[in-house]
Design a protein around this ligand. Structure first.
Ligand code: FMN
Length: 323
């Protein structure tokens, strides 16, 4: 389970950084993998309103949002926004990331596509501000709410602190660590102890990607899904993306990975193999299933569709078996 955190303050060791670092450590103790993006130290170009995303579903701007942040948002099961209040909202650096996520809004509402992880994905907000005003976090809450909706994440809650100004103020707060522990447990508690399934094929570009996406889409947060290949391709297969799109499932920004990477991240309870050959993984104690499915790479799009439909059928059967 990957938790992605955006650290929105330009201060390296300020209040937001303290909050997010401790929040992520609490999540790690509960078994999550975490990754923090320091937005002020990334190459992030604000949205230029080219509107390409609304017409074609991609962004022509080349920067860290495109190469790193879009794929991580798609990979993460939990996304945490952390920011100080700057003029009643988030910092400009973090807002630039949010605005570039108009792309996800467009893929969802214009292209009518669904992130396969939608039923699992959660969002959480952390913030601090110097003043004590009642409405201090209202603007931020609204922006966060619409961001989480655009990335198909359920907005689970927030921890916000008033009267926090100097860089060390947050660390001196008497309840903050207890608050963090409680909020972290509530956020990922329901995702702990899920059955872990690894789908394995050769290139991790077609079959295992489709199986993984169908499993997430159909089983929701009942299982933890990963997929990998014995000889991972550089990128996922564009025809596979097209045929999944016909089903309303959005495969954009998915990455390929090796079997070793997948197993090192999280040891599966069940491994479903489909053509990884001699290299099919062995994990002591894991239940094995072999699905004899042909490789649709370099075949017709109709062939890809048939493999997709067969995979969907088998994933439904697998989910029924698990109940
Ligand atoms: C440009 C700027 C704008 C700010 N605007 C607000 C504001 O509208 N309301 C508020 O309570 N604090 C405001 N603050 C104060 C910060 O939110 C506060 O100092 C916070 O603790 C900084 O967190 P950090 O250490 O994570 O950067 C502002 C600070 C800056 C630099």
């Amino acid at each position: 389970m990957l938790v992605l955190g955006f650290q929105g303050s330009p201060r390296k060791k300020g209040n937001t950084s303290f909050l997010l670092t401790n929040f992520m450590q609490a999540l790690e103790k509960l078994g999550a993998q975490t990754r923090i993006i320091e937005v002020a130290r990334k190459n992030i170009i604000p949205c230029k309103e080219y509107v390409v995303c609304e017409k074609k579903g991609y962004c022509p701007i080349d920067d860290d949002v495109k190469t790193e942040i879009y794929p991580l948002i798609r990979q993460a099961e939990v996304v945490v926004l952390a920011t100080p209040i700057f003029f009643f909202n988030m910092t400009a650096q973090l807002k630039a990331v949010i605005d570039r996520c108009q792309l996800f809004w467009a893929r969802k509402y214009k292209l009518k596509l669904t992130d396969p992880a939608k039923k699992t994905k959660r969002g959480f907000l952390l913030s601090v501000g110097a003043s004590k005003g009642k409405s201090l976090f209202e603007g931020l809450q609204l922006t966060a709410q619409y961001f989480f909706d655009a990335i198909d994440a359920r907005f689970e809650g927030s921890l916000t602190y008033r009267d926090i100004e100097s860089p060390k103020d947050m660390a001196k707060h008497p309840n903050v660590l207890a608050d963090i522990e409680k909020a972290a447990a509530a956020l990922i508690g329901p995702l702990q102890g899920r059955k872990k399934i690894l789908f394995a094929c050769r290139e991790n570009a077609c079959r295992s990607q489709m199986a993984g996406a169908f499993a997430q889409h159909l089983a929701g947060d009942k299982i933890e899904v990963s997929c990998a290949g014995s000889e991972p391709a550089k990128e996922i297969n564009p025809d596979m993306v097209k045929v999944m799109q016909e089903k309303g499932i959005d495969m954009a920004f998915r990455r390929t990975q090796s079997l070793n990477e997948a197993i090192a991240e999280s040891e599966p309870d069940i491994i479903v193999t489909m053509g990884c050959g001699e290299e099919c993984p062995f994990v002591p104690g894991a239940e094995m299933q072999d699905w004899d499915l042909p490789d649709p790479a370099s075949k017709s799009i109709e062939f890809m569709r048939n493999v997709r439909d067969e995979i969907e059928k088998r994933v439904k059967g697998l989910i029924r078996e698990l109940k």
